[in-house]
Design a protein around this ligand. Structure first.
Ligand SMILES: NC(=O)c1ccc[n+]([C@@H]2O[C@H](COP(=O)([O-])OP(=O)(O)OC[C@H]3O[C@@H](n4cnc5c(N)ncnc54)[C@H](OP(=O)(O)O)[C@@H]3O)[C@@H](O)[C@H]2O)c1
Length: 327
């Protein structure tokens, strides 16, 4: 099969299209013919091996153990192992295959069935591949860490990227009043996906205008923790999802210290794949409550170019890779 291979850590220049062996099917696995994949920050970190612990969490100390990147996948089931019960050949599926030994920038993946769910028919393969990591991250941050409740005022900082665009829509699906923070060129998009209010961060600092929120999701942006805290209601919750290394440090080590018992809470979320949450997201897709926002779709041979675009940090929604040329 064709796959994008990397045998050393580095810039997107180390990614090459090669012919490799198709992954084997065992009795616990599902062999999927991949239609689409999408790029996530985790792929980028695995590519450059920064921060350093990426080398320790299974990716190889000196060179990548798994030479094929890609964790979000959509495609059709080609074959199933003897013990697989949830899928049959021909099923259209999508899922998050992080850490399962297969990479989705390839024509086939072979993964345990718990990584996959059936694709709703109202969602294309291209759209489905844009969903798993970003949407589940948004869901787990808002619901598990942010304890989102209907009627609350929620602010999403970094609302126009992969995670942020899902966070806006999921927060709306929970019945909240959503403020999206993005730059000028994304204001219309943020309104189109359902934001009640949009703040253009190039013109206004939301931490300075005196408005307070019950829940703030920090997906992107440069505000210090003290500023976020000021923008929270007395019992509000701040959830850190992504940002600069300084923000990661602050959120992991300082946030618990400045959280108040029975007061403002500062916390962070690390997405963890699970089929139940992906099924929850599938239902939101099926009912039309959320819709993936796709910036660009690159053919497999242009994966390195797609990474260079993603690296700039200004994608509008998701960057998708097209593996199957004709569906
Ligand atoms: N905790 C977890 O488990 C988890 C899971 C997935 C991702 N993440 C992290 O979450 C972050 C976002 O991931 P992503 O996939 O959504 O990234 P992304 O798609 O690359 O984010 C790009 C978006 O960020 C916006 N942006 C850039 N600078 C901004 C700023 N100063 N203020 C507000 N928005 C800004 C850009 O909008 P403009 O062009 O308008 O600036 C663009 O739309 C990353 O740091 C990633 O590492 C964490």
């Amino acid at each position: 099969m064709k796959a994008i291979i990397y045998t050393k850590y580095g810039s997107p220049d180390v990614l090459h299209l090669e012919e490799v062996e198709k992954p084997a099917l065992d009795e616990e696995k599902v062999l999927v013919k991949v239609h689409n994949a999408s790029i996530n920050a985790s792929d980028w970190h695995m590519l450059i091996a920064v921060p350093f612990p990426m080398r320790l969490i299974g990716n190889g100390m000196f060179r990548p153990k798994n030479p094929i990147l890609g964790v979000d996948v959509s495609g059709c089931v080609e074959a199933v192992g003897r013990n697989v019960t949830q899928f049959t050949p021909g099923d259209a599926v999508f899922g998050d295959i992080f850490g399962l030994g297969s990479g989705s920038f390839a024509e086939y993946v072979s993964v345990p069935e718990c990584a996959l769910v059936l694709k709703p028919s109202n969602v294309s393969f291209e759209e489905a591949a844009a969903v798993p990591i970003a949407a589940v991250t948004a869901l787990q941050s808002l619901r598990n860490r942010g304890n989102i409740q209907s009627g609350q005022k929620v602010l999403i900082n970094g609302a126009s990227g992969g995670v942020g665009a899902f966070a806006v829509q999921i927060a709306k699906a929970f019945g909240t009043e959503v403020t999206a923070v993005c730059s000028t060129r994304n204001v219309e998009m943020a309104r189109a996906i359902g934001a009640d209010h949009v703040i253009d961060y190039t013109k206004e600092d939301f931490t300075q205008n005196g408005v307070q929120y019950d829940l703030i999701l920090a997906v992107n942006g440069y505000q210090p923790l003290s500023a976020y805290k000021r923008a929270l209601t007395p019992h509000g919750i701040y959830v850190f999802v992504g940002g600069t290394p300084a923000q990661i440090f602050q959120s992991l080590f300082l946030a618990p210290l400045i959280s108040k018992r029975n007061g403002r809470k500062m916390t962070s979320c690390m997405q963890k794949a699970n089929q139940r949450d992906l099924l929850f997201i599938r239902d939101l897709l099926e009912s039309g409550k959320i819709r993936p926002v796709i910036d660009e779709c690159y053919p497999l041979c242009k994966t390195a170019e797609a990474f260079r675009y993603f690296e700039k940090g200004h994608a509008r929604g998701k960057v998708v890779i097209k593996i199957l040329e004709k569906e």
